[in-house]
Design a protein around this ligand. Structure first.
Ligand SMILES: C[S@@+](CC[C@H](N)C(=O)[O-])C[C@H]1O[C@@H](n2cnc3c(N)ncnc32)[C@H](O)[C@@H]1O
Length: 193
């Protein structure tokens, strides 16, 4: 990783910590993934060779930068966020990173976006958005991930109760291999057979 990108990630980590501890309103917090989750995603992306990546929940783009760096040039990381303020912050961070060529920003509601995606058009899905909606989104998520593709879900330990119905639905679906990793806030992973 280039030292300028490392420095930007460190800056965003400090900003996220400071901003979130001072911010009373949940919706305005950055709620970034932890740095070890960024490293974990990097290993997953490099090991699987994923180049078509879809992230739900951009915030200010911290996790997107990890995904885009790992995916390499020629890859496309599509990231969806419904807050115009956060989308604008992310745009600035992407421009500063030099990785903006491989990032496609969608400002909009994630569920509505999923409905328009082609079947089997995504290699790796990263869910870090409205957790209570994942069960409703599941048919679309399962449809747009390619066979052999990987879904990674953040907050699987920090918000285990909230995510329990979704994780159960995935495990009971059949045709998926699942695992829970104790990395960051907990990463639930499912590979589509
Ligand atoms: C946990 S934060 C994402 C953090 C980001 N992945 C990171 O690590 O830097 C969740 C984000 O999802 C956005 N969000 C929540 N529900 C959404 C929805 N239905 N559609 C689009 N964005 C949504 C929120 O505005 C928030 O910015």
């Amino acid at each position: 990783m280039q030292s300028s990108l490392k420095a930007l990630l460190k800056e965003l980590e400090a900003f996220g910590r400071q901003h979130d501890s001072a911010s009373a309103e949940h919706g305005s917090r950055m709620l970034n993934i932890t740095p070890d989750t960024g490293e974990f995603l990097t290993v997953l992306i490099r090991a699987t060779g994923a180049t078509r990546i879809l992230e739900l929940g951009t915030s200010n783009g911290y996790s997107t930068l990890w995904l885009a760096e790992a995916a390499g040039s020629g890859a496309v990381v599509t990231t969806v966020e419904f807050s115009p303020q956060k989308t604008a912050l992310a745009r600035t961070n992407f421009a500063r990173s030099g990785l903006q060529e491989r990032i496609r920003q969608i400002e909009g509601e994630a569920g509505a976006y999923l409905a328009g995606c082609d079947d089997a058009s995504v290699d790796l899905l990263f869910l870090d958005s409205e957790r209570r909606a994942y069960t409703d989104w599941w048919p679309q998520l399962a449809r747009l991930l390619r066979p052999g593709g990987l879904m990674v879900v953040d907050n699987a330990i920090s918000h285990a109760q909230e995510l329990a119905p979704f994780m159960q639905a995935v495990r009971e679906q059949g045709g998926w291999s699942c695992s829970l990793a104790q990395v960051g806030k907990g990463q639930f992973m499912a590979v589509k057979h």
